[in-house]
Write a protein of this length. Structure first.
Length: 151
């Protein structure tokens, strides 16, 4: 099987090993997996086992998740709107809570109430079940109107 040119993929995506939380090998594996290249084919190309490629991919995805969480944390620290939604809150009440907090901060949220409910429900995972917020969550809105949800 002919694999895509990994160097070209990484260059096009702007990968910089000195600035990334990923090793070059992790970036290579992710770049190929995101193009639906089978782990076995990657392993053959790299001269390693499929199990090793699986381990590299798993570590890479974990590192990406940690990096995303770090960015969300940093944004939350500086977000002009930081809203705590208590357990027991009806999800239908959350958009008005967000709109009110944004009005106080002089921010505009470019999302409708149904969009906000979906975003919060999806991002909160199992902290929200149906219409009920089961565990406290934090909703932040950045100065550019980006809404983030954290448990």
């Amino acid at each position: 099987m002919s694999l895509p040119d990994v160097d070209e993929l990484l260059e096009r995506a702007g990968f910089d090993a000195d600035e990334s939380v990923l090793t070059r090998r992790q970036a290579e594996v992710l770049a190929l997996r995101e193009r639906d290249v089978a782990q076995a084919d990657i392993a053959e190309s790299l001269g390693t086992s499929r199990a090793n490629v699986s381990s590299i991919e798993s570590s890479a995805r974990g590192n990406v998740a940690k990096a995303r969480e770090t960015v969300a944390f940093a944004e939350a620290l500086t977000a002009p709107v930081q809203l705590t939604v208590e357990a027991g809150t009806d999800l239908y009440d959350v958009p008005n809570m967000v709109y009110s907090a944004c009005d106080e901060a002089g921010l505009k949220v470019n999302r409708t109430a149904p969009e906000l409910m979906k975003l919060v429900g999806d991002a909160a995972g199992d902290a929200v079940h149906g219409r009920e917020v089961r565990r406290e969550i934090t909703v932040t809105v950045t100065s550019d109107g980006t809404v983030r949800v954290r448990e």
